[in-house]
Design a protein around this ligand. Structure first.
Ligand code: GN1
Ligand code: MG
Length: 378
């Protein structure tokens, strides 16, 4: 069923299931993410506009939505307390789960769709690309602060919503399986891309090995730190709220840092076809590093800081490998708008990886300079 009719069919059921206030006036769809379907429901309540963020969770990707929602409820409650303790506005600086009337944090409709409802963050916007280093600096501060606010969250109570999500070694094994199974029959047309990944097999184990050896600490991390997962205040442009909490799980701070660079430090969009436009901007890398270290630097270990540049490359390689694997699997995981979409995405990621390999020494120097500027000594 197409997405438009899906939301209209379900609207009446949702009005029954959730405690919305007012009269439903409009439904619009947001097209930010590659996984879930997101809508904004506008209600009029005694002349006042009330908006809710309503989503269908992708249960192909998230196999245990119940456990996922337990994570999200726990994490959002914790963040709310932290925002209040910092003197912030919990209506705009964190997500709140609105439970269904039966008390569950979701509603499964008659067609089996898994719906949930959040507050809509008012007077704020998301960004699909970085138009100034300042925006990226602000995103970094927001993700750094997010990590700080979750520093005392009991990680052992969180379920793994996608097992081995950033275990790049296991991602590589999944990739090899996709190539061997060749479900779409496309593998022969992407031999060069497959070789690009295989040449970098050793990289895939580096962070996992450091974690196993106890050289990197396990923290509660976001794990999907794309620029468009931060809401920016319309007036100040500060990053006020981190959203998309489905992958908040125990992980490495380096996953969050690296994934932000992958998406936000690129000079082009993730699916740019003209690869001559794609590179990793050192200016943007610097802006993010400075923002992130200013918010979270004190709590990072020397090893974490040392691996910031490498993690940027690794998270980009991992994501490119996932896009390529999905292309070979027949586009079953990421939403795509046209048949070669995942392949286009994979190409931008690999151009970025190659560019980061060239710029690795400069990235290391930027990290050292930022530490110096901020007085961080490890
Ligand atoms: C997905 O949902 P979204 O678009 O924020 C994906 C991330 C990828 C990203 C690539 C649960 O994130 O892991 O890095 O696409 N999320 C999931 O753009 O797989
Ligand atoms: Mg998202």
């Amino acid at each position: 069923m197409n997405e438009m009719s899906e939301k209209i069919n379900a609207a009446n059921e949702l009005l029954e299931a959730f405690e919305f206030e007012g009269e439903l006036k409009n439904i619009s769809q947001l097209h930010d993410g590659h996984i879930n379907n997101t809508y904004v429901f506008d209600f009029e309540d005694n002349g006042r506009l009330r908006r809710y963020l309503v989503q269908i969770l992708n249960t192909y990707v998230f196999k245990k939505p119940d456990e996922l929602m337990n994570n999200v409820v726990g994490v959002t409650r914790h963040l709310r307390k932290a925002v209040i303790a910092n003197g912030g506005d919990p209506e705009r600086e964190c997500l709140t789960v609105y439970p269904a009337k039966d008390g569950k944090p979701y509603h499964i409709d008659s067609e089996g769709n898994f719906w949930r409802c959040y507050n809509f963050i008012s007077d704020a916007h998301s960004c699909q690309s970085v138009d100034s280093p300042e925006v990226f600096f602000n995103a970094a501060k927001a993700f750094g602060k997010f990590q700080q606010m979750l520093a005392d969250y009991p990680g052992e109570t969180l379920s793994e919503t996608i097992p081995n999500f950033h275990n790049t070694e296991s991602r590589f094994a999944d990739f090899k399986k996709a190539v061997a199974d060749n479900l779409s029959g496309r593998a022969d047309s992407v031999r060069e891309e497959i070789a690009f990944v295989c040449e970098r097999e050793a990289d895939c184990s580096v962070l996992v090995d450091l974690l196993k050896a106890g050289e990197l600490p396990l923290r509660v991390t976001h794990n999907d730190t794309k620029l468009n997962n931060v809401m920016f205040d319309n007036k100040s442009n500060e990053g006020i709220c981190v959203v998309d909490l489905d992958t908040v799980m125990p992980g490495l701070s380096l996953y969050d840092f690296g994934d932000s660079i992958r998406f936000g430090a690129s000079t082009a969009s993730e699916d740019e076809k003209d690869l001559s436009k794609v590179s990793m901007s050192l200016e943007l890398f610097r802006a993010y590093t400075l923002g992130y270290l200013s918010a979270a630097g004190e709590s990072l270990t020397a090893k974490e800081i040392e691996y910031l540049p490498f993690s940027s490359k690794l998270m980009t390689l991992e994501c490119g490998m996932r896009f390529l694997g999905d292309y070979i699997n027949g586009d079953v995981y990421f939403k795509t708008a046209y048949p070669e979409h995942n392949l286009d995405r994979c190409h931008t990621q690999f151009v970025l990886v190659a560019d980061m390999e060239k710029k690795m020494d400069e990235m290391k120097k930027i990290v050292a300079d930022c530490c110096k500027e901020l007085g961080i000594e490890k």
